[in-house]
Design a protein around this ligand. Structure first.
Ligand code: ZN
Length: 283
C-alpha cells in the first residue's frame, strides 16, 4: 500500500473555471505557461469567446494538453424537441473537443426538466442521450466522460450522482471495461463521501478518463460556488489519487475550483501559484 501523498502526483491541469472571473481563455493559456502548468481544460463559453480555431492554435503553440472540454450533457428536456436541441448542442461540443484534441468531453448530464418530479424518467433520458451521443463521438475519436455530481445537484444539474451509477451507464452502452470511448470523470468534490468509492474506482479501471481536484469546505456556504482549494477542506485527496492510480490512471490532476467569495476575488496569478504549491504538497 502506497503511503498517501508520498508519490508525486501526475501533472497539473487548469480547469478554466478556477479563474473564470479574472481571465479569458487566452489569459489562462498564458498563465499556465508562466506557472509551469502543462494541461488545460476550457469551458465552452470561454472557448466560444475566443473562437475554437484561435483557441486550438494557441493551445497547440503553447504545448498544453487539453485534459477535457467542459462541458456537454444537460440531456433531459420536457419534450422531444428540447431533447433534440440538447443533443444537437452536444454534437457541437464533440466537434469542439475534436478540434482541441481534448482527452475527453466532460458530461454534466442534467437534472429534471422544469416542473417534473420524475427523477427515474430523467435518468432514462440521460442514458438515451448518452447512447445517441456515443454514436456520434466514437467515430470522431472523442471520449465521453460522465461526471457524477454530488446528490445535492440531482434536481438541477446532474441526476447521475455516484460513480456506480455512471458506471452502470458505461456498462449498458459501452463494450466492456476496456472500452474507454465512454468512461467517467472522477471529481473528488463530488465523490469523496461515497461509501462505495473504493469499490467503484476498482470497477471503473481504465474508464477513469479525468481526475478533478479541489476540496470540500466545512461549512460549505454555497452549493455551487464555494469549493475549496486543495488542503483547505476534509477530502483525503492523496488517498483517492492513490486509488485511481492503482487502477491505471496516469493522467493529469485537473484543478477545478468555483469560488465566488474567495478565489475568484483574488489575483489570478496568485491563485495559480497556490494551485501549483498545493498540487505538490497535498494532492
Ligand atoms: Zn469536475
Amino acid at each position: 500500500m502506497q503511503k498517501p501523498g508520498k508519490a508525486t502526483p501526475g501533472p497539473l491541469s487548469l480547469n478554466t473555471a478556477t479563474v473564470k472571473v479574472q481571465w479569458s481563455l487566452a489569459e489562462c493559456i498564458e498563465g499556465c505557461l508562466r506557472h509551469g502548468i502543462t494541461g488545460i481544460s476550457p469551458w465552452r463559453d470561454k472557448l466560444a469567446e475566443y473562437g475554437v480555431a484561435n483557441a486550438a492554435r494557441h493551445i497547440r503553440e503553447a504545448g498544453l494538453t487539453v485534459t477535457g472540454l467542459c462541458r456537454g450533457g444537460m440531456f433531459p428536456a420536457i419534450d422531444a424537441a428540447g431533447r433534440r436541441a440538447a443533443l444537437e448542442d452536444n454534437f457541437r461540443a464533440v466537434d469542439e473537443a475534436a478540434a482541441l484534441n481534448a482527452q475527453c468531453l466532460v458530461l454534466v448530464v442534467g437534472g429534471m426538466p422544469a416542473g417534473s418530479k420524475d427523477i427515474a424518467g430523467a435518468r432514462g433520458q440521460v442514458q438515451d442521450g448518452i447512447a445517441a451521443l456515443l454514436e456520434y463521438a466514437r467515430p470522431a475519436g472523442v471520449k465521453l466522460a460522465i461526471e457524477p455530481l454530488h446528490p445535492m445537484y440531482a434536481a438541477d444539474r446532474a441526476c447521475v450522482n455516484t460513480l456506480g451509477q455512471a458506471l452502470d451507464i458505461c456498462d449498458a452502452l459501452g463494450n466492456g471495461a476496456d472500452d474507454t470511448a465512454l468512461g467517467v470523470a472522477a471529481d473528488v468534490y463530488h465523490i469523496w463521501w461515497d461509501p462505495q468509492l473504493a469499490a467503484q474506482i476498482k470497477r471503473a479501471g481504465r474508464r477513469i478518463l479525468a481526475f478533478h481536484v479541489c476540496d470540500w469546505l466545512v461549512p460549505t456556504r454555497d452549493l455551487l460556488l464555494d469549493r475549496g482549494m486543495m488542503g483547505d477542506g476534509v477530502i483525503d485527496i492523496p488517498a483517492i489519487r492513490a486509488q485511481v492510480e492503482a487502477v491505471g490512471y496516469d493522467g493529469f490532476c485537473e484543478v477545478e475550483i468555483m469560488s465566488s467569495e474567495n478565489w475568484w476575488k483574488r489575483d489570478a496569478d496568485e491563485v495559480l501559484r497556490v494551485c501549483v504549491e498545493r498540487h505538490a504538497s497535498v494532492v
